[in-house]
Design a protein around this ligand. Structure first.
Ligand code: ADP
Ligand code: ZN
Length: 219
């Protein structure tokens, strides 16, 4: 299975992709995580990406496309992958198609996490991440039972610099301008699915599995 997760910042792509890759044999590829890792290690890629990321803008297409071409060529992608945060522009979507075509592959499904803007703002401003294991919490919607420590590993929880409210607004503006047009781009193609959050505001693994026909509760 080769899946694209689409959705605004804070829609829950990262959490859902992590759950899917725990249960199914797919590589979870988050462009945001790869870029942050490069920034942290001061690689040439990280140096180029840093200022765009800090301001809440997009890293330029050529940089991200080259990075993803390399990533998708690694052996762990042969079993399948789930893309979290890529493509984010129409040019990136076109480039992805080319990369996959050259490798004789195709996307199996594109899944939109369709979450209202007010919920997304609440989510992003409350998001906290474990410095040690990367687990994602939310002080508004999904607090850790251990306060400012990770439930799983006891690691310290921190807020991403770009989850500050002014940068969040900037990121959402970029999403509606650059990335939302991808919805109509992918809607025209095969196997486009739209998931909405439940009453608690979550899109859970079970809903994803049902939408893809991976789960049959009548069995
Ligand atoms: P979110 O989806 O919550 O905004 P990400 O972790 O996916 O956060 O991305 C963080 C930042 O990394 C983005 O604001 C952007 O600067 C950069 N980034 C991630 N993916 C891409 C991409 N596909 N194209 C350009 N920039 C990207
Ligand atoms: Zn942890």
């Amino acid at each position: 299975m080769r899946i694209i997760l689409l959705g605004s910042p804070g829609a829950g792509k990262g959490s859902l992709a992590a759950e899917i890759s725990k249960k199914y044999p797919v590589a979870h590829i988050s462009t945001g995580d790869i870029l942050r890792e490069n920034v942290k290690n001061n690689t040439p890629l990280g140096v180029k990406a840093r200022s765009f990321m800090e301001s809440g803008g997009l890293v330029s297409d050529d940089i991200v496309i080259a990075m993803m071409e390399e990533r998708l060529g690694r052996p762990d992608c042969e079993k399948g992958f789930i893309l979290d945060g890529f493509p984010r522009t129409v040019s990136q979507a076109e480039a992805l198609e080319e990369i996959l075509e050259k490798a004789g592959m195709a996307i199996s499904s594109t899944v939109l996490l369709d979450v209202d803007e007010d919920l997304v703002v609440r989510r992003l401003s409350g998001r906290r991440i474990c410095r040690n294991c990367g687990a994602i919490y939310n002080v508004n919607t999904r607090p850790s039972s251990k306060g400012d420590r990770c439930e799983i590993c006891g690691g310290e929880l921190y807020q991403r610099d770009d989850d500050r409210e002014d940068i969040v607004r900037q990121r959402l503006g970029v999403y509606y301008r650059e990335t939302a047009p991808l919805i109509s781009y992918f809607e025209k193609k095969r196997s486009f699915l739209r998931l909405k959050p439940n009453e608690k505001g979550d899109i859970v693994l079970e809903d994803f599995e049902k939408a893809l026909g991976w789960r049959n509760d009548n069995a």
